[in-house]
Design a protein. Structure first.
Length: 205
């Protein structure tokens, strides 16, 4: 999970109650022509990350076999990694393709935050290791600067299937002051996302 950047010109929207669908649509429309809010575009692809950013890398094995990999790919396409009680994706039918804008709506202790992202690139690799997924980066109306990659892997050598989350982010001054709490939320997102993917694959029809 990414957190606020004190250098961002426009911060994410903070609300005392859940916003309406119309509010979210207007929020996303306002970001259509906006640039990314960080310079190291696509840095998660090669894991050649910019300096002075926090890096988080989490992965979990989802099972074994091509059928599990197919389920995992479908789960990514349906944004199942965001299926958690305190988070909502706007919108879950968003196309997995470069240029797609989405908003992440999070419920915190007594308030909501709304943050805008855009898909930077898509992964669809075949060979020694098969991978599918994408990375999104932050837009001006996001509470931080950074990029996050979500991918699934199939390793034919041992037949294993993995879900992988890789991100770099820069926290705000407020997040630095509450650094232990901010890190707790980051770990919570990673844990819940991995659980959501495991559940999606296990419960696939």
């Amino acid at each position: 999970m990414l957190f606020p950047d004190r250098n961002a010109k426009i911060l994410s929207v903070f609300l005392l109650r859940r916003p309406s669908a119309e509010f979210v649509r207007e929020f996303l429309l306002s970001q259509n022509d906006q640039p990314f809010s960080y310079d190291a575009l696509g840095a998660t692809r090669e894991e050649s990350l910019p300096r002075n950013y926090n890096v988080d890398h989490n992965r979990v094995q989802l099972g074994s076999g091509t059928h599990v990999f197919d389920r995992a790919c479908e789960a990514i396409r349906q944004w199942k990694m965001f299926d958690m009680p305190w988070l909502s994706l706007c919108w879950p039918d968003a196309a997995i393709e470069p240029g797609t804008n989405i908003a992440v709506l999070a419920s915190h202790a007594g308030f909501w935050s709304l943050n805008a992202c855009r898909i930077v690139y898509v992964i669809d690799e075949h060979g020694v290791c098969e991978r599918y997924g994408f990375a999104y980066g932050t837009l001006p109306k996001h509470g931080e600067r950074g990029e996050e990659r979500f991918s699934v892997e199939f390793h034919p050598k041992d037949n294993s299937v993995w879900y992988d989350i890789y991100a770099f982010s820069r926290p705000s001054l407020l997040a630095r002051l509450g650094y232990p709490y901010a890190r707790m939320l980051q770990h919570r997102f990673a844990r819940d996302s991995m659980n959501a993917m495991a559940n999606a694959v296990a419960n696939h029809p």
